[in-house]
Design a binder for this molecule. Structure first.
Ligand code: UD1
Length: 394
């Protein structure tokens, strides 16, 4: 293992870099990094490790296909569990991999359990850790992701940030400035790289969203946070709000497996129209206006997002993607770790009060705002900046 940080000597062999992914929001952040790094085979020898936190094909494999990611070199297959079970299993398995592979750098992304688990193992083995998307803070420690973010940042050696407020958060937490690099948003690199091909998706036709050659107005929904979907009263309230909005426009709701499970558990299925496969869906053939279906792949989802009238979500990344696409986004949470999407982008944090959600969305239909600003360095070149830094530092 590297017990000391080295600076790159051009005559030395390529550095072994291990990219770590586990859950759906990780894949689109790693894809541009791997692509950019592959341009320098003399400097970097890349390995891709998948923890198996997400394992359903629709949550994982189809993203590999859509993003052109190679099969993982190492698959840990840890699956679901409580937070401690999942984090613990990843740590045990990842440590064995580190002993065998002896990477020179571990790259972790985002804030999922796989991120903190692998960062902690690597840090204890004195393997340098790079954290992509460092410094985001909701200041809400009831969110598991907030704990993952704070701890990962404390033990990382290279902290790559998407916005200047993230730098400030890190500095306030005592991270030395020379470890922090404001490089922009790697997830937006993926978005910009794939937008053209996503426009070839036939998802709009499949869902009956095109009439007389025109795209109909529709709202796109994603929900998966335990704070929204594990409480029957809150989930019912959100579905009520969606039904109010559905009086005006169609609602397309590709559902995380946990969410559809809870809709069934809480006997709320009559509030929606559920069909496991979107292939059997067509808005023109149903009486309901809320179509809930399996999770969609990256390209189909990008196509739906970029043509939506409004997006309603509790995801983190979608707040950023809608900002770049100029699509209004209602965030169904009390807070956001991405305030720049509110300040400069199209995001409105509405919480989970049903009337507030419905009224804000209905008002938006009446007064569609024009496109807002795109944050600095959300320009498709974040991976390039990250690799430039790592080429010098490693
Ligand atoms: C995880 C991340 C969250 C991220 C989300 C994106 C953490 C703490 N949370 O949440 O930040 O926004 O991914 O989707 O890491 N399940 C399946 N199939 C799968 C994966 C999960 O059915 O492929 C179901 C299981 O019932 C599982 C539940 O979803 O118990 C939750 O999965 P888990 O990985 O624990 O967290 P997410 O809610 O997906």
């Amino acid at each position: 293992m590297n017990s000391q940080k080295k600076s790159h000597d051009s005559s030395s062999p390529a550095r072994k870099v291990m990219h770590i992914v586990g859950a759906r929001p990780n894949f689109m952040k790693v894809a541009p990094l791997m692509r950019e790094m592959s341009r320098y085979p003399q400097k970097f020898n890349q390995l891709l490790l998948h923890t198996g936190q997400h394992y359903d094909d629709e949550m994982s494999k189809c993203f590999f296909n859509d993003l052109g990611l190679t099969e993982p070199d190492i698959y840990l297959g840890v699956g679901s569990g409580t937070h401690s079970e999942q984090t613990g299993k990843i740590m045990i398995e990842f440590e064995k991999v580190c002993f065998k592979e002896k990477p020179d750098l571990a790259i972790v992304v985002g804030d999922v359990n796989s991120t903190i688990a692998c960062a902690l193992v690597a840090a204890k083995l004195c393997i340098p850790v790079a954290h992509i998307e460092a410094g985001l803070r909701s200041f809400d420690r009831t969110m598991p992701e907030e704990i993952n973010r704070i701890l990962t940042d404390q033990i990382s050696d290279y902290l790559f940030t998407t916005c200047e407020d993230a730098n400030q958060n890190l500095i306030k937490e005592g991270i030395p400035e020379n470890k922090i690099f404001f490089v922009g948003n790697a997830m937006i690199d993926s978005l910009l790289n794939h937008m053209k091909i996503a426009n070839n998706s036939v998802i709009l036709e499949k869902l009956g969203l095109i009439k007389n050659n025109k795209i109909k107005k529709y709202g796109l929904v994603t929900l998966h946070r335990p704070s929204n979907v594990d409480n029957p009263k809150i989930l019912k309230g959100i579905l009520y709000a969606l039904n109010e909005l559905a009086r005006e426009i169609s609602i397309i709701f590709p559902s995380h497996p946990r969410t559809i499970k809870q809709i069934k558990n809480f006997k709320l299925i009559e509030m929606i129209d559920y069909e496991a496969s979107f292939l059997s869906y067509n808005l023109n053939k149903t009486n309901q206006n809320i179509l809930v279906m399996q999770p969609l792949g990256y390209l189909d989802f990008l196509c739906l997002m970029s043509n939506a009238t409004v997006v309603l979500t509790d995801s983190g990344g979608i707040q950023e993607e809608t900002t770049v696409l100029g699509i209004p986004c209602l965030t169904l949470r009390k807070n956001t770790e991405r305030p720049i999407t509110v300040k400069e982008g199209t995001n409105i944090v509405v919480g989970n009060d049903p009337d507030k959600i419905a009224n804000t969305a209905l008002n938006l239909l009446k007064n569609q705002n024009s496109r807002k600003k795109r944050p600095k360095y959300w320009d498709g070149k974040a991976a390039e900046r990250i690799i430039k830094v790592l080429s010098i530092k490693l």
